[in-house]
Design a protein around this ligand. Structure first.
Ligand code: XMP
Length: 518
């Protein structure tokens, strides 16, 4: 599907670790911004309706044999261009100036003196504390350029006003650069003349319109989990094509307590979605019987999911007619990860998502969230009328409780963990901590130990409590939960969940631990 056609700032990625931040800073100003690989064709750039171009930083040198290539035509689109770090060197080199290796690599804080009045520095102090990260620096400026700012040793900012070219050697997008956001605002609003039009409602309207045009009178399906991404994606498509979208919600037998019923209720009554709920608990649990290896559990659940989904989609086709489209809640960071083979951004890929569906089913993809960050998806969800408890739901892994039941997954163990987990989540919510915590849950250990209940000796399972804070799941810190909360959780689990007689607390951060136990 085509992306949103709102006026945008296109950021070309030359491989800097900060590239995504540039787009994010611009979106924070309600201006749409998208990152494309530096190799993007001019036609693709134009399709984003740009009012300005930003060339990102990058680790390379313009003289490297494998210097990140960009089409020089990008500089001739007649649009204002802002080069950042490598972007400055690329512009200088491409437009007829020279660049040389700095005698000393500059990395970290630097003081910049603004020498000339410039639209880019409008309203900013004459001396700025900025963040530098570069090995090369501009030497002879390209014809038509003038020096606007410098550090004690190097060129810090240049411009060619007539051509609409601006460039800085430092990184305005990082927090360490004071007034960096103001500089970007000067470029986006003052120089490019962008309007702050990228509001959630605008995004919703233009996305719905676009989906309607793309899908025509076709039919779509969507795998839905009750999580924010798939629910927001489905709701947008539902606004566009109504009941011609069927959302398939599968009970894989390892959902949390009452989740199968609650999610259906939420999606049907609060979001008006056309839900096809399939209880495949028995299929999943029978395939998981006797399996203890975590990766095999994941594979079995992933494959079984595709089987169930495929079967269900054929049933839908028999009942309503051909399905051409598959809706997925792919987010912007996922897109960056998967397109980075076209550009030089180095990324670290994690597991996740329902892979393999499109290939097997030969469906065309609709990914309405592929330009958004997670917090932007929440904003959109809020505007779509999604209830706050759905928007703030903590991440839950695809293989569900199966990776929190160590050893074999049996119906009895699932039931035990559902009860214990429900107590953990309830108490964390009651303490007002749920939204500050990235994930909080219970893990069932295949460890039996002796206890006493009244006059009775017990011999039962152990349950571990896990609560972590995290930005993105890649690293995490364990949360020092208040003693009172731990005490209540522990006493409720041992008293209310017959089959668990011991509760322990996991105090391991990631790394070296992982968030899930399997
Ligand atoms: P780990 O355990 O690797 O988890 O520290 C990092 C984040 O990923 C989630 N996770 C998964 N999500 N399928 C998923 O959809 C999986 O197989 C899976 N394993 C871990 C985990 O909940 C955490 O948010």
């Amino acid at each position: 599907m085509e992306h949103t056609a709102l006026p945008s700032i296109v950021v070309l990625d030359f491989g800097s670790q900060y590239t995504q931040l540039i787009a994010r800073r611009i979106r924070e100003q309600n201006v749409f911004s998208v990152v494309l690989p530096c190799t993007a064709k001019v036609q693709e750039i134009r399709s984003y309706n740009p009012v300005g171009i930003i060339l990102s930083g990058g680790p390379g040198s313009v003289y490297d044999v494998d210097a990140p290539p960009a089409d020089p035509e990008v500089l001739k689109l007649g649009l204002p261009v802002l080069g950042i770090c490598y972007g400055l060197q690329f512009m200088t080199h491409t437009l007829g100036g020279t660049v040389h290796a700095a005698s000393k690599r500059e990395y970290g804080h630097a003081e910049v003196s603004v020498l000339k009045s410039s639209a880019l520095f409008s309203g900013l102090p004459a001396t700025l504390s900025v963040w530098m990260s570069h090995g090369d620096e501009a030497d002879k400026l390209a014809p038509g350029f003038r020096l606007v700012a410098r550090t004690s040793t190097a060129v810090a900012a240049i411009e060619n006003i007539a051509a609409g070219y601006y460039a800085v050697q430092f990184h305005p997008e990082v927090h360490h650069t004071k007034f960096g956001t103001d500089l970007l605002k000067n470029f986006v609003f003052g120089i490019c003349g962008a309007q702050p039009s990228w509001t959630p409602q605008k995004f919703i309207d233009s996305t719905v319109k676009q989906i309607r045009e793309t899908v025509g009178d076709g039919r779509a399906i969507c795998a839905i989990s009750g999580g924010v991404d798939s629910s927001v994606a489905a709701t947008l498509v539902n606004r566009a094509i109504g009941d011609r979208l069927t959302c398939i919600f599968v009970n894989n037998g390892v959902l949390r307590k009452d989740e199968y019923a609650k999610v259906q209720h939420n999606l049907r009554t609060k979001l008006n979605l056309n839900i096809d709920a399939v209880d495949a608990t028995d299929c999943f649990l029978s395939k998981l019987a006797g399996v203890t290896d975590p990766e095999r559990k994941r594979k079995i659940i992933g494959n079984e999911f595709i089987e169930v989904f495929d079967k269900e989609s054929h049933r839908i086709e028999r009942e309503y007619g051909e399905v051409q489209w598959l809706v997925q809640g792919t987010l912007y960071p996922d897109v960056i990860e998967s397109v980075s083979v076209r550009g030089p951004s180095v990324t670290i890929k994690s597991h996740h998502n329902v892979g393999g569906l499109p290939a097997k089913m030969k469906l065309k993809l609709i990914e309405p969230l592929r330009d958004l960050f997670k917090d932007e998806v929440r904003r959109i969800g809020r505007d779509l009328g999604m209830p706050e408890d759905m928007l703030q739901r903590q991440p839950f892994p695809g293989p569900g409780l199966a990776v929190r039941i160590l050893g074999e997954v049996t119906p009895e163990r699932v039931a035990l963990l559902q009860e214990a987990d429900d107590i953990v989540v309830t108490e964390i919510k009651r303490a007002g901590l749920y939204e500050q915590i990235w994930q909080s849950f219970a893990v069932l250990l295949p460890v039996m130990s002796v206890g006493v209940m009244g006059d009775q000796r017990t011999y039962a399972y152990t349950c571990a409590i896990r609560a972590v804070t995290s930005e993105d799941g890649m690293t995490a810190d364990w949360v020092p939960l208040p003693y009172e909360v731990l005490k209540t959780i522990s006493s409720r689990i041992v008293n209310e969940v017959s089959g668990i007689n011991r509760v322990v607390y996991d105090i391991t951060s990631k790394p070296p631990g992982t968030i899930e136990w399997e």
